[in-house]
Design a binder for this molecule. Structure first.
Ligand code: TXA
Ligand code: MG
Length: 326
C-alpha cells in the first residue's frame, strides 16, 4: 500500500520543514521534524493549536530517547522495555537543546515509540524525532483513517500516508515520569494496571501542578453536535422524547434493536471495550455527519478496561456543548 518512494517523498517533505500525516497504531499523527521550529510551527498553524501546548516526539526505538530526555528513571526503562513499541507516551525531563516549540516551554518532553509499520518505516528512514499531535483540528475528534485526516485539513496537508484504519483507535496512554514516580496523565489502551505491572510500582496521584496536558482539558475530542451521555434504557426514552419535540437525534448504543422512531440515526456499538475504542472516533464522525440536533451516547460500563473510552466520551460530552464551543 505504502511504497518506498512514498516514504522517501514524506522524508523529503519533513527535511524541508513540511508536514506529513501518518498512521500510528493509536490515531493518525500530523508530523513535522521535531528539531525544526518552522516545521513544528506549521503543525500549530494547521491545527489551530495554542503554542503553549506541547507535542509528542515520536522516535523509531527507545535508544533514541536519550536525544530528547535526560535523568530517565529506572521505571521509565522498565516501561519502555515492556511496552514499546506501542501505544504508550512517557513524559520525561527534557534533554538540553530540545526546543520550547516542542515542549511548550516546559522542562519536560513527551516521547513515544509507535508500533505501526508505516510509522516505523517513516521514523527509520527519517532518522530523527517526528513531533506529532493527533491529526485533527484543535479540540476536535481525532482521525483514525487517512480519509478523516483529509476531511480535517483538506489541501493544507498535502502528504497523508494511508496505512488503513488505526488498530487501537484512541490516543496513547500518557505516563509522567518527570518526577520519578509514574503518574497517569491520560488513560489509554494500556491500562493503569498494566502500567503498574510493567513499572513494578504503584501509580502516584496526579497533582494539580502536574504538567498541563490539553488532552486532559474537560472539553476535548468533541464533535460539532451537542452530545449527551445516558444510561441504558434512558437512551431510547430520551431519543423518543426529543423526537416528539421534533428534534433529529443520532444515538450510539449497545442495543442492536433499533427503535422505530422515524429519522432516528442509530449506531449499534461493540460490547467489547477494545473494539468500541477502535470504532469510537469513526462512529462519532458518522453521528456528527448525520446533521442532527443532538447526539446521545449510551454510557459504557464503569470498568477498568473501559476507563479510556469513558474518559474520551466525558470530554466529548463536555466539549460538544455549544456554550463551550471555542
Ligand atoms: O496516540 C497518541 O499519543 C497520538 C499519536 C499521533 O501518537 N498523539 C497524540 O498527540 O494524541 P496529542 O498532541 O493530540 O496529545 C498529546 C498529549 C497532549 O495532551 C499534550 O498536552 C500532552 O500529550 N503532552 C505533550 N507533551 C507533554 C509534556 N511535556 N508534559 C505533559 N503533557 C504533555
Ligand atoms: Mg489530540
Amino acid at each position: 500500500m505504502i511504497s518506498d518512494s512514498d516514504i522517501d517523498g514524506a522524508v523529503a517533505i519533513l527535511r524541508s520543514g513540511g508536514l506529513v500525516a501518518f498512521p500510528t497504531e493509536t490515531v493518525y499523527g500530523l508530523g513535522a521534524d521535531a528539531s525544526s521550529a518552522d516545521g513544528v510551527g506549521r503543525i500549530y498553524a494547521a491545527k489551530g493549536r495554542p503554542a503553549d501546548h506541547p507535542v509528542i516526539v515520536h522516535v523509531a526505538d527507545a535508544v533514541q530517547v536519550a536525544n530528547w530526555a535526560s535523568d530517565i528513571p529506572e521505571a521509565a526503562h522498565r516501561l519502555a522495555r515492556r511496552l514499546w513499541p506501542g501505544p504508550l507516551t512517557l513524559v520525561l525531563r527534557r534533554a538540553r537543546g530540545v526546543g520550547d516549540f516542542v515542549t511548550g516551554g516546559q522542562d519536560t518532553v513527551a516521547v513515544r515509540v509507535p508500533s505501526h509499520p508505516v510509522a516505523q518505516q517513516l521514523l527509520r528512514r527519517f532518522g530523527g524525532g517526528i513531533a506529532a499531535p493527533s491529526a485533527n483540528r484543535f479540540g476536535r475528534v481525532s482521525a483514525t483513517t487517512a480519509a478523516h485526516v483529509r476531511e480535517e485539513f483538506g489541501p493544507a496537508v498535502g502528504c497523508v500516508l494511508d496505512g488503513g484504519a488505526a488498530d487501537v483507535g484512541i490516543e496513547s496512554t500518557i505516563v509522567d515520569l518527570s518526577g520519578g514516580k509514574p503518574r497517569l496523565l491520560r488513560p489509554g489502551a494500556i491500562t493503569a494496571q498494566a502500567i503498574e505491572d510493567a513499572a513494578g510500582e504503584p501509580l502516584g496521584a496526579v497533582d494539580l501542578h502536574a504538567p498541563r496536558a490539553p488532552g486532559t482539558l474537560a472539553a476535548h475530542y468533541a464533535p460539532g453536535t451537542p452530545l449527551v451521555l445516558a444510561e441504558g434504557d434512558l437512551v431510547r426514552e430520551l431519543a423518543a422524547s426529543l423526537a416528539r419535540q421534533g428534534k433529529k437525534v443520532a444515538a450510539l448504543a449497545f442495543s442492536q434493536a433499533r427503535p422505530l422512531d422515524p429519522g432516528l440515526v442509530w449506531i449499534a456499538a461493540a460490547r467489547d471495550a477494545a473494539q468500541y475504542a477502535h470504532d469510537l472516533y469513526a462512529n462519532l464522525r458518522r453521528l456528527d455527519a448525520a446533521g442532527c440536533d443532538m447526539l446521545i451516547v449510551e454510557r459504557p460500563p464503569q470498568a477498568p478496561e473501559w476507563a479510556a473510552v469513558n474518559d474520551r466520551l466525558a470530554r466529548a460530552a463536555a466539549g460538544a456543548s455549544p456554550a463551550d464551543d471555542v
